[in-house]
Design a protein around this ligand. Structure first.
Ligand code: TMP
Length: 397
């Protein structure tokens, strides 16, 4: 077997399945799965063992909206400017357009949205953008090709790693991308995840976490190659891969490509031993976080969760933290408010300053937006409020 298990995060509920009050009382029905992670010695891919059917994850009630954060809006705005300046595509396609933070920076006849969650697809349709409310697959690529012919630029952020059949993903892209077309993929970086011990990047939707090594191996099969790789701070450290056809010699390959590949090899992302060491760090991280929370509880201080993220679901369930540990969460996303964290009885309240200022400690569920949050909560900090984070190691800030 070329796949090697290196991490077991126990039984977990579906990470973005926030429970309503009614669902909470019917708790016995809450679906759980065993969250185990493996490393494939041949392909160098890191993936989850258990794959949840897509319809259970991406449907008409998907609560995550990327435009909820200023950081993401700014990131998409600057990317859209860059795309226009560097590539000037006639037609762009976004796979996983969510509620439209990127596409809103394009004209309506310049971009096509693909979004399987109908509640989100409705939003971009209403904004007047061509939207395919479908899962990304070969049939859809054929349909789009028939209607629009070939596409100059395909972009996808935090989406392709959510699709089980990666061969079909790239076959469909290959089918639609023009001869001199550019593919841009953006996803959390495995190197950053391992370095930061951010094991909460693992949950049912993140079937894969890409390294440039594993993605490079995949691209080979489709005669595609990187020509640039950018480091981003979004989602706790992401990589933006710029990809072209090997036959396209017009675009030069930048030094950033070999730099990233070498960095990852030096770190050992191509070896199982690195992942086994990561596992030990995860176990230690859990112990330390529980210790910190128990110590605070003894002083009768109040801990509130900040950002009811899918990532937090992994932490709460792996570290077995309940409403006895974290009084409630605060979040700005309307579809999460009034619900409960999956697997745990912790209520999500609508964000307001008073709730924040009434807390003694804020547990950073959205640690990836730390800078944005620290800026927003200047007063809480000024008044002696503290944050708890587990990244890169459990500590009080
Ligand atoms: P993510 O880490 O999966 O992108 O989710 C971020 C969550 O944090 C999302 O539910 C919105 C929430 N959030 C807040 O409630 N307040 C904030 O200031 C920020 C930046 C995020």
């Amino acid at each position: 077997m070329s796949n090697n298990e290196f991490l077991d995060l126990g039984y977990q509920p579906l990470a973005n399945k926030y429970l309503s009050k009614r669902e909470k009382w019917k708790r016995t029905n809450e679906e759980t799965y065993r969250l185990k992670v493996g490393f494939n010695n041949q392909t160098k891919l890191v993936s989850l063992y258990k794959k949840i059917p897509v319809k259970k994850m991406f449907n008409d009630t998907y609560p995550y909206k990327s435009s909820m954060s200023k950081t993401m809006l700014n990131s998409f705005l600057s990317l859209s400017k860059k795309i226009k300046k560097r590539f000037n595509p006639k037609m762009t396609l976004e796979i996983g357009s969510n509620d439209g933070p990127l596409i809103r920076n394009f004209k309506k006849n310049e971009i096509i949205c693909v979004e399987p969650c109908s509640n989100l697809a409705k939003i971009t349709k209403k904004m007047g953008y061509i939207t395919f409310n479908n899962y990304w697959n070969y049939d859809l690529s054929k349909k789009i090709k028939k209607q629009f012919n070939k596409i100059d630029l395909i972009y996808s952020a935090n989406t392709l790693t959510h699709i089980e059949n990666l061969k079909d993903v790239f076959k469909s892209i290959d089918n639609l991308l023009s001869k001199h077309g550019v593919l841009i993929i953006e996803d959390p970086s495995l190197l950053e995840c391992i370095k930061k011990v951010s094991y909460d990047q693992f949950y049912n939707e993140h079937i894969y976490i890409f390294s440039s090594i594993s993605l490079n191996n995949l691209l080979e099969k489709f005669n595609l190659e990187f020509f640039d790789i950018e480091q981003l701070t979004t989602h706790g450290g992401s990589l933006r891969f710029y990809i072209k056809r090997k036959s396209n010699k017009k675009i030069k390959i930048k030094a950033s490509v070999s730099k990233q590949l070498t960095k990852e090899k030096k770190f050992g992302l191509n070896k199982l031993s690195t992942y086994l060491r990561f596992k030990d760090k995860v176990i230690n991280s859990k112990k330390k976080l529980i210790l910190i929370i128990n110590k605070i509880k003894k002083t009768n201080k109040k801990i509130v969760g900040y950002g009811a993220t899918a990532k937090a679901t992994t932490i709460l369930n792996y570290c077995n933290l309940s409403n006895k540990d974290i009084a409630h969460f605060v979040d700005t996303t309307p579809d999460k408010v009034g619900k409960f964290m999956p697997g745990k009885n912790i209520k999500i309240l609508k964000y307001n300053k008073k709730l924040v200022n009434n807390a003694d400690y804020l547990f950073l569920g959205a640690w990836n937006f730390k800078n944005e949050i620290f800026l927003k909560e200047k007063n809480f900090i000024k008044n002696g409020g503290k944050f708890i984070t587990h990244v890169p190691f459990p500590r009080i800030i």
